[in-house]
Design a binder for this molecule. Sequence first.
Ligand code: F6R
Length: 241
Amino acid sequence: MKITVFDDHQALSFQVAQMMVAQIKNKPDSVICLASGETPFLAYHLLPTLLLDEGVDHQQFTLIGLDEWVNIPSQNTGSCSYFLHTTLIGPLKLSLSQFKLFDGMAPDLQTECDSMDEFISKRGGIDLMVVGIGMNGHIGFNEPGVSTELYAHVIDLDDTTQTVGQKYFADKTTLGQGITLGLKHLQEANAAILMASGDRKAHIMKATLEGPIDPLIPSTIIRNHPNGLVMLDQKAASLLT
Ligand code: F6R
């Protein structure tokens, strides 16, 4: 695992976007799994222009949505699906066969998990994952204490995630469960970028990088990844020794 600290969120986002461009340029049929949320928003926003500027063919890569809120329709502006549609799928005009997102409204969520696992394995696994980190150390919706051996699964969201998650929604919303790729996917991905930005992530980044590797802080697993990159801005890195 490698750690890189950037001056600010802008510099961090630009570098992540450039790494995504490089991934697609080097392997046009890459499978790329992406988190939603405030942290990667700017990187995704920058991506279409960078791809265009570099003349990179982006009609062959596959985008996988990392996770979704259970019982939240994709049209809800707070859903991960809505986020990925508005930031990337729409602007890049990805074809229907080029992306797969969890449906948090699916009548059978286990089938939804199986379908995602099969989709990924049929494409030879994930080339690059770009993930954020929750205030409790979650990656995707892999909440504290989750098994590191799971692929896609449904999970009860912990109190922190339910509370912090309100920031994505226009009105108070009940957030009980999430559907998410598992930590096994992260471990098996060819490369993984963990992004963190801002003062509010400083404590969890210290625990992630300097405490024991602990299932109660799922993000610590990135330290075992041979191609794990932790990319932080100075604020998120401010408590590191
Ligand atoms: C969302 C996801 C979450 C977020 C994390 C940080 O798809 O996977 O794990 O990455 O909660 O969210 P932000 O970036 O909004 O601070």
